[in-house]
Ligand binder design. Structure first.
Ligand code: CAA
Length: 240
């Protein structure tokens, strides 16, 4: 039977591309989403995957949502923690809510999903967790103390959980995307984005499928010896 993979924030952008690649790899793919019903319907229909709505920043919602997926689709063997938001602004303008919401969803979501799915993977002796970090968690970014802290936290979370999963056949890795051509990056003011792109050695934004390709490898059978690693896919913008 095909293994079941959940991709959070899986109906748009990078998440949707990840769903597409994992489906092509033979997984039964479930996309979680937070609110955009049109995008969810479209992804569900076009990719032929099930979509489930819950807020990954809500601990109980993750436990309940993953339990429903396990009952209705099958035990979850792969989790891709992709869901994330930005609330950019310099520290002196950033509200506590902007700080807290980014930490709750971007970093809290990884903990909540792992709490829901890691125990089953551990018991069954096989699992793959891939956390989507960011170049801005590695290098920092002006106007992103919240996002950089959450993404940096994801990189630490990955290395710690990798140590716990290793002897149970559960690998935990991260991908650190650079600036990818998605709605999130399109929200950066054009003049700022122009300056950022000028600093990318490859000379362009990345494409969502270039991140998905990396996720696909980390979720494969072949990647069983890769754990606790961070794969940077950023056009050479930051060499870590
Ligand atoms: N380093 C140093 N100074 C900078 C700077 C930088 N990188 N960026 C801006 N500044 C300076 C400006 O030069 C300006 O200085 P002066 O007032 O002396 O001219 C000052 O900061 C204010 O700049 P802005 O006009 O841009 O200020 P703002 O308040 O309108 O906006 C901001 C601030 C919201 C942070 C805006 O600059 C911004 O959106 N920056 C982009 C942040 C970013 O890269 N976000 C990534 C989102 S995508 C993502 O996160 C995905 C991923 O994983 C990569």
């Amino acid at each position: 039977m095909a293994r079941v993979a959940i991709v959070t924030g899986g109906t748009r952008g990078i998440g949707r591309a990840i769903c597409e690649h994992l489906k092509a790899d033979g997984f039964t793919v479930v996309a979680n989403y937070a609110g955009n019903e049109d995008a969810a319907r479209q992804a569900g229909e076009e990719l032929g995957i099930a979509t489930y709505k819950w807020d990954v920043g809500d601990h109980q919602a993750c436990l309940d949502g993953c339990e429903r997926v396990a009952k209705e689709v099958g035990p979850v063997d792969v989790v891709v923690n992709n869901a994330g938001i930005t609330r950019d602004g310099t520290l002196h303008r950033m509200s506590f809510e902007d700080w807290n919401e980014v930490m709750r969803i971007n970093l809290g979501g990884c903990f909540n999903m792992a709490k829901a799915c890691f125990p089953g993977m551990r018991e069954r002796g096989w699992g793959r967790i891939v956390n989507i970090g960011s170049i801005n968690g590695q290098a920092g970014q002006y106007g992103q103390v919240n996002y950089a802290a959450a993404k940096s936290g994801i990189h630490g979370f990955t290395k710690a959980l990798a140590q716990e999963g290793a002897k149970f056949g559960v690998t935990v890795n991260a991908i650190a995307p650079g600036y990818i051509d998605t709605d999130m990056v399109a929200a950066v003011p054009p003049a700022v984005l122009e300056k950022i792109v000028a600093r990318i050695p490859v000379g362009r934004l990345g494409q969502a499928h270039e991140i998905a390709r990396g996720v696909s490898f980390l979720c494969s059978e072949d990647a069983g010896f890769v754990t606790g690693s961070t794969l940077s896919i950023n056009g050479g913008q930051h060499m870590y």
